[in-house]
Design a protein around this ligand. Structure first.
Ligand code: ADP
Ligand code: ZN
Ligand code: ZN
Length: 737
């Protein structure tokens, strides 16, 4: 290097600006070139921020005299393994989101604040005497000490600060004095020798169909391959994951398992803990900051052999990654719906390719993209068409709501079926994707409906809470007794889960009921408590929303009633029917998972609708085939690529002018194969006092779309807009609103 030219550090900072920031190296590092991926603390305006070094250069667009020195290099070694680091950079490019914010999404808060990422630490574990003490029924230790012994036994090893995050330092000291815990000093960010994975094979022997899939996927360990595991609910997909993971761990690797929502599937984590006696880190949104840091270290250090997590776990630093599993790959929660709008499923596929490891995408209702990839031979498609053992696929029937009398949304045939199944000792699920008591409060005299003052939407009545609530902006208020327009009494119209609960309690007073929706599942543990009541058979009827569709396994449920299939039938969004078919199939899949045969009733006012008929006659597979044909004819994804520029402002004229200039700028880019549609007003034109509109970008393929966005977005960024304008770009949007 030329002596006269100083090295310039390019630092990604957690700011919404789409650029990196240049700094001179800190004073005390002259001559040393830091590694990319280390954290750096820098002055930023009057603040001091912590960023990540993403490049070094000798040229800056800022004049050298104006460059400030960074304050300090925090790490010697990068805080990401190379593949994870590449993944973050790819995600920033692909989703056109600032790299600093992307990196911030991947790091636990403690690390973003500058706490040590690694180094050596004392790792504490139970001694033999401690293990005996824990097992001893006559132990007279205090409850906290016993709790700590138990906590340590579950973890195998923990650092002192992991322990003191949960317990007082004195407790650890006391246990050490008694010789019940011992420590060894070890680097926590260096992977130890591959620990033997103590796999308890369980008492199942895999079916022939499972063996075929397990063998095929195992054979691909060591290189990239995408496997679509299409198996009806309850067909034994998880069993396949467990066995392939065991094999990849046995070869010294780490496995990453993505799941839609941990709280909804505590059984899955339990199943993993039962099968693998060592090294599982669980990452989800309810972790405390210190738990998250501990899990992150366990993953990066290699102590965690299996990482199970929700969406953002796709960014876990995993130096020995050998396998990725995306369970319920169709689940909408894999896509982040605000800020950094990434798809964890799509990034997982990219990561697998970059890391040269296989990925399993599992679902009973695969989204159309991987199905098309399967049809084209890009993904290997594996089928598990049957439930193992005695379990049969449930029988589905449509109930014509126009023909049958109904009581608060519950048709006569549905009531009879519920009575029959309860009588036979089965459990019943009643599904309705609408929480609250009633979706509107209506005046019969003049037609007035209680509106949200801030949105183009109606207020939902929550009777137990005695509130009207807006499900779009969170506004709430007391329930008016009389019409705001003519003074007559008001009536709740339509059903929400709260009202269905009331009706069922009245009709089936002897059947204990549990309700699962976002109103009952508030706070840590509330949801688990509801699910527990169902598992133990205390609740005979379970009423709930979308939350019920996730992979629960309730062996005694024999009947599922879908109260209203019509919500998605006529929606304008091109993905609405796909979502509806998935929801129906998933909810239906909760019935008859074990010995009891399952029955599913779908209430509808449109029993001749081709989607419903196809779904009943040919299952999800038949639906998917016709949906793909429709998509191809209309040039929708997966046969095209989309991006959506959403914008909102209180100033509707300014909003429109901004989007018009953005559209004009885009058309002037003149990118072949790219069309700009709009501006169009959003379906809900006003939300939380902001007007909303968007531009839809439609491209023939990924490459022209990306080329276009890279040229266009800097222009959009430079456009003037009304005060308080907010806009965002959503690449591969799931919703067009
Ligand atoms: P999925 O993940 O497809 O919903 P699971 O792997 O959870 O399916 O299996 C559903 C049920 O079937 C579970 O109770 C599981 O223990 C059981 N099961 C899975 N594989 C087998 C098998 N080979 N033999 C017997 N039972 C099995
Ligand atoms: Zn509102
Ligand atoms: Zn009125």
């Amino acid at each position: 290097m030329d002596k006269g030219i100083a090295l310039i550090l390019q630092v990604a900072l957690d700011t919404p600006l789409r650029r990196v920031f240049d700094y001179l190296p800190p004073a005390d590092t002259a001559g040393r070139t830091p590694k990319l991926g280390v954290r750096v603390s820098v002055p930023f305006g009057r603040q001091q921020l912590i960023g990540v070094l993403v490049g070094v250069t000798q040229a800056s667009s800022i004049s050298p005299a104006k460059l400030k020195p960074a304050l300090a290099l925090i790490d010697d070694e990068p805080v990401f393994d190379p593949v994870t680091f590449d993944l973050l950079r790819f995600a920033s490019d692909y989703y056109h989101h600032p790299l600093g914010e992307v990196i911030a999404a991947a790091l636990p808060a403690a690390l973003r604040l500058g706490q040590a990422a690694g180094g050596a630490a004392d790792l504490w574990s139970l001694s033999e005497a401690g293990t005996r003490e824990l097992a001893s029924p006559t132990s007279r230790r205090g409850p906290r000490q016993r709790a700590l012994l138990k906590w340590l036994a579950e973890r195998a090893e923990a650092t002192a600060d992991e322990v003191t995050d949960e317990f007082k330092p004195e407790h650890l000291k006391t246990l050490a004095r008694r010789g019940w815990v011992i420590s060894r000093r070890a680097p926590i960010d260096a992977a130890p020798d591959p620990a033997p994975v103590d796999l308890d094979p369980g008492d199942l022997s895999p079916t022939d169909a499972q063996i075929k899939v397990i063998d095929a996927i195992t054979a691909s360990l060591g290189s990239f391959a995408a496997h679509l595991l299409y198996g009806v609910t309850g067909s034994g997909k998880t069993e396949v994951y467990l066995r392939v993971i065991a094999e990849s761990c046995a070869r010294g690797g780490q496995a990453l398992v993505l799941v839609p929502e941990i709280a909804l599937t505590p059984q899955l984590v339990d199943r993993f803990r039962r099968r693998f006696k060592t090294g599982i880190a669980v990452l989800h949104s309810a972790l405390s900051g210190t738990e998250r840091r501990a899990a992150w270290r366990a993953a990066y250090g290699g102590r965690a052999r299996i990482v199970i997590g929700t969406r953002s776990a796709v960014f876990s630093a995993l130096p020995r990654l050998k396998l990725i599993v995306v369970d319920e790959e169709h689940d909408a929660s894999y896509k982040q719906h605000e800020g950094f709008r990434y798809s964890a499923r799509d990034l997982a596929v990219w990561r697998a390719q970059r890391a040269q490891v296989p990925i399993i995408l599992g679902s009973a209702t695969p989204s159309l993209e991987p199905l098309e990839n399967g049809a084209q031979g890009r993904y290997a498609k594996h089928l598990l068409p049957q439930r193992p053992g005695a379990a049969q696929a449930p029988r589905m029937t449509l109930v014509d709501l126009r023909k049958h009398a109904s009581e608060q949304g519950l048709s006569q045939p549905a009531m009879q079926a519920i009575e029959r199944h309860l009588g036979a000792g089965g459990q019943v699920i009643v599904f309705l994707n609408r929480r609250g008591y009633a979706p509107s409060l209506f005046c019969n005299a003049c037609g007035w409906v209680a509106p949200c003052a801030h949105c183009d939407a109606r207020m939902t009545l929550h009777r137990r809470a005695a509130q009207l609530r807006c499900h779009h902006c969170g506004a709430h208020g007391s329930v008016p007794r009389t019409c705001g327009s003519c003074g007559q009494p008001l009536n709740p119209v339509g059903q929400g889960t709260e009202r269905v609960e009331e009706t069922l309690v009245r009709l089936f007073p002897d059947a204990p009921l549990a309700r699962l929706d976002r109103d009952t599942a508030t706070g840590r543990g509330a949801m688990e408590a509801v699910l527990e009541r169902v598992h133990r058979g205390e609740a005979r009827i379970l009423v709930g929303t979308q939350m019920l569709t996730k992979g629960h396994h309730f062996p005694e449920v024999s009947l599922v009633v879908i109260l209203d299939a019509d919500q998605g039938l006529f929606a304008s969004d091109f993905r609405a029917t796909e979502r509806l078919a998935q929801t129906i199939t998933q909810v239906a899949g909760r019935a008859g998972r074990a010995a009891r045969p399952g029955e599913v009733l779908i209430q509808t006012e449109f029993p001749e609708h081709p989607l419903l008929l196809r779904l009943i006659a040919d299952g999800y597979e038949g639906f998917a085939a016709s949906a793909l044909t429709e998509r191809r004819e209309a040039d929708w994804p997966p046969y095209s690529r989309l991006a959506l520029l959403r914008a909102e402002s209180k100033d509707t004229t300014g909003l429109d002018a901004f989007l018009r200039s953005a559209a004009d700028g885009g058309r002037a880019c003149d990118e072949p194969g790219v069309k700009i549609l709009g501006p169009a007003t959003a379906l809900m034109a006003r939300r939380a006092d902001h007007f909303r509109a968007h531009l839809l970008i439609e491209a023939a393929a990924r490459v022209p779309l990306q080329r276009f966005l890279a040229r266009w977005l800097p222009l959009v960024e430079a456009l003037p807009g009304p005060a308080g304008l907010r806009w965002s770009i959503d690449v591969d949007p799931l919703e067009l609103d």
